[in-house]
Design a protein around this ligand. Structure first.
Ligand SMILES: *[C@@H]1O[C@H](CO)[C@@H](O)[C@H](O)[C@H]1NC(C)=O
Ligand SMILES: *[C@@H]1O[C@H](CO)[C@@H](O)[C@H](O)[C@H]1NC(C)=O
Ligand SMILES: *[C@@H]1O[C@H](CO)[C@@H](O)[C@H](O)[C@H]1NC(C)=O
Ligand SMILES: *[C@@H]1O[C@H](CO)[C@@H](O)[C@H](O)[C@H]1NC(C)=O
Length: 345
């Protein structure tokens, strides 16, 4: 199974990862494999995204470097073993800059006119990454060989950008969920797709939408929030799993260090961020913004430099979580947050 939202997310179940010998060994967190006690956290997974043409960048690498990058992201023995892929659903007319082209790229002319859909079989190369992730690493096939499990319809609803963005209040989200939920059901898509909301820019701003969202609580499956304007520090008031779906050091110059001076992009910093989110804030999933891309910042975990890929220790910070959840990959196991020096994932 793969989690996708629009931000789309994919998550899949996989085998237990006992032999994680190829991974660097860091102090990590320990997963308990007993039956979760009620009210305790359950882990859905760890992940990243190749949205905004980063999947295209990846597809332009040599086959050997593509394989290396895919292994670094998804391989449970030699890589981070990530199990959630967050794909963007495009709303742009073309792929200029890093825009994601829409499946209905032509303006229909009026709200009542019907849309003309044109599926290009690529979806900004995200379909390729999704298929590679799922087919090669997980061996799970469906009709298109990708099963979408989570659908979100907002991204940072409090932000206006120069590229594609859409503002929404909590009440507007409620109004839309009342339409989206029966629409999915009518298309027989309610299972396995659950509705995720609302990918607010920060944990606190998402928290403040929850009271209004209560009126459609039964239609929701997952609460999603980013960590930019406020990071996950304490649990949200929701019975649904809460996912941290986007966090990154967007400014710092590329570093692959585990620890140098506690900088915003260092692996140790991200191990602590993941730990705080999962243990203190009851997050059930943690996603770093971008997996693989070029450019001299820490917005990504794996760097493309002159056609070669290089992993940062941020990847292994998430990989430690994913590795321990190798025992609970999307299986909804609790994590008691105990540090375990011997885990070696
Ligand atoms: C994962 O990595 C291991 C070690 O490099 C390799 O033997 C294996 O084939 C990889 N798995 C996949 C699905 O590519
Ligand atoms: C999905 O997998 C099946 C079995 O390997 C294959 O025949 C089919 O072409 C794949 N479909 C797509 C859309 O890739
Ligand atoms: C949904 O499933 C029902 C029952 O299997 C079937 O009758 C109906 O045609 C399906 N609808 C769609 C849109 O596939
Ligand atoms: C933690 O999240 C789970 C759902 O994943 C929920 O059942 C539980 O009530 C939450 N606990 C707290 C303390 O918020």
């Amino acid at each position: 199974m793969l989690h996708l939202i629009i931000p789309l997310l994919l998550c899949w179940s996989g085998a237990v990862d006992a032999a994680a010998a190829a991974r660097p060994s860091f102090p990590t967190l320990h997963a308990r494999t007993s039956t979760p006690r009620s009210g305790q956290n359950t882990i859905d997974g760890f992940g990243t995204s190749q949205a905004f043409q980063r999947a295209v960048q990846m597809s332009k690498l040599s086959e050997a470097e593509q394989r290396k990058a895919l292994d670094l992201l998804f391989n449970t023995t030699s890589g981070g073993g990530l199990s959630i892929l967050r794909n963007g659903i495009g709303s742009s007319p073309d792929m200029s800059s890093d825009h994601m082209v829409s499946i209905a790229p032509k303006n229909p002319g009026s709200p009542s006119a019907s849309m003309t859909y044109s599926w290009d079989g690529s979806d900004n190369k995200q379909l390729w990454v999704s298929q590679e992730a799922q087919n090669r690493y997980i061996q799970l096939y469906k009709e298109s060989n990708v099963t979408i499990t989570h659908l979100g319809f907002l991204n940072e609803p409090e932000l206006t950008t120069s590229y594609a963005s859409m503002r929404s209040t909590a009440q507007q989200a409620v109004d839309f969920i009342k339409i989206l939920h029966p629409t999915l059901a009518a298309a027989n898509l309610s299972s396995p797709i659950s509705i995720a909301c609302c990918d607010a820019e920060g944990w606190s701003s998402q928290s403040s939408m929850l009271a209004t969202l209560k009126s459609v609580d039964d239609m929701l499956g997952t609460i999603t929030a980013h960590a930019y304007t406020s990071s996950p520090q304490s649990p949200m008031n929701s019975r649904h799993p809460v996912w941290q779906t986007e966090a990154a050091d967007l400014q710092g110059a590329w570093t692959s260090a585990w620890y140098a001076r506690g900088g915003a992009g260092e692996g140790w910093t991200w191990a602590n961020n993941v730990y705080t989110a999962v243990v203190n804030a009851n997050a059930s999933a943690y996603l770093y913004w971008i997996g693989v891309q070029a450019g001299n910042t820490n917005s990504h975990m794996i760097h493309i430099n002159n056609g070669k890929v290089e992993a940062s220790k941020r990847l292994w910070a998430l990989g430690s979580g994913a590795g321990l959840c190798g025992r609970a990959r999307c299986g909804g196991h609790e994590w008691d947050g105990e540090r375990d020096e011997d885990c070696g994932v």
